[in-house]
Design a protein around this ligand. Structure first.
Ligand code: URA
Ligand code: ZN
Length: 382
């Protein structure tokens, strides 16, 4: 049965599944969850996931692991469907055999989390889908990775997989990953590329700026670098049907893509490596709309839409077409991160992203509703 029109679909929303939370609680080095007594004498759980975690970590509670909380959050904000992913740092810190076993268990857990969620009876909508996990750690075998791609492909509520930027230790442009890209492409899974490490923290100076610099700048720069390395490796020439979704609207890549193209053109090592101008490959990407501002969303959709112009041999001259670019952008919230600092009915991190979608100059009502939900329905075959 076709889904009702005007759905709101959140494709950037995380969970720490109970099995994963238990692991974090059992650990004494980062990443971990620990209980502290806060300055008001109240016991509180803290999440520490970064190597130099600012301000003693982040307060965490059931919204990070409890499905009921996810559904309540969705109801509060009118979100019909969520495509849920495990939050960083995934399995990056585990030895290969443990990562392999846990990936398989967590993928089954996530399938159950999604498949047993109550649907909205009146609208017959399944509310939860997921991105599985690969055991992308050093020393993992290719066959273990292919095993897990196959598992995810066979779990009906998992429609993609989330991955960080390190691959099996040498980044995502590692040739050893080519069989994995091939298998992902063949299985029709969407890769959600998401940051965790940021960039070298020495750039942040000595002032305590909380999590602002690593999250606002470090995260998107990490995604920018990883996606650029993938483009430079020729991954989209080798796997043209690979579907890659970038977190945080692709970070700085849209703003730097012409500079990237020019640097390639002027570099004897790289100039003849790719089939097309670098800007062509931006049109192959999907980007979340987690940018918090209408000008940014409009700009990103312009950049994505002009990709055809840069296909080798193309005579396309069309001006950027915001509408066309919007088809590759999808609403997200980053829940449960960015909760309001004081009690409020709705989360600003959600309403700001919805308002931004609403306010983009040059997007039609159809474009907006595509970004809010229909693009996700098409991409994930919901
Ligand atoms: N902070 C994180 O650690 N992860 C996110 O996805 C968002 C904020
Ligand atoms: Zn996120």
């Amino acid at each position: 049965m076709p889904l009702p029109a005007k759905l709101l679909v959140d494709i950037h929303t995380h969970v720490y599944l109970p099995r994963y939370t238990a692991l974090l609680r059992s650990r004494s080095s980062v990443p971990l969850i620990r209980s502290i007594v806060n300055s008001e004498g109240v016991a509180e759980d803290r999440l520490l996931i970064l190597d130099h975690e600012p301000s003693g970590g982040r307060p965490v509670g059931p919204q990070y692991w409890d499905r009921e909380e996810k559904l309540n959050f969705m109801d509060k904000h009118g979100i019909d469907i969520s495509v849920v992913s495990t939050a960083n740092p995934w399995l990056d810190f585990l030895p290969a055999s443990q990562a392999h076993t846990l990936a398989s268990e967590l993928n089954n857990d996530l399938e159950e989390y999604c498949s047993t969620a109550p649907s909205v009876a009146s609208r017959q909508i399944k509310r939860l889908y997921g991105f599985g996990l690969l055991p992308l750690v050093p020393e993992i075998t290719t066959s273990a990775l292919l095993d897990i791609v196959k598992q995810i492909g066979e779990l009906p509520h998992l429609r993609g997989l989330i991955m960080g930027t390190r691959g099996i230790g040498r980044g995502l442009d590692d040739e050893a990953l080519e069989p994995v890209w091939a298998a992902i492409e063949k299985a029709g899974l969407v890769v959600f590329l998401h940051p965790h490490y940021g960039v070298d923290g020495s750039a942040w100076g000595d002032k305590d700026n909380g999590h602002v610099l690593p999250l606002a700048l470090g995260f998107p720069f990490e995604t920018t670098t990883a996606a650029t390395r993938l483009i430079l490796s020729g991954v989209f020439d080798k796997f043209p049907s690979l579907r890659l979704l970038l977190a945080h609207s692709g970070g700085a890549l849209p703003a730097l893509s012409s500079r990237l193209a020019s640097c390639i053109d002027h570099d004897p090592v790289v100039a003849s490596r790719l089939k097309h101008d670098a800007r062509y490959y931006l049109g192959k990407l999907y980007l979340d709309a987690v940018a918090y501002g209408p000008e940014e969303l409009g700009f990103v959709s312009d950049v994505i839409s002009r990709a055809d112009k840069f296909e080798t041999g193309s005579s396309a001259k069309a001006a950027p077409n915001r509408s066309a670019g919007s088809k590759r952008m999808l609403f997200g919230t980053d829940h449960p991160f960015f909760p309001p600092l004081s009690a409020s009915e709705k989360w600003k991190s959600v309403t700001e992203n919805l308002e931004a979608i609403n306010d983009v100059q040059g997007w039609s009502e159809e474009d907006r509703s595509g970004v809010r939900g229909e693009n996700a329905v098409a991409l994930f075959n919901l």
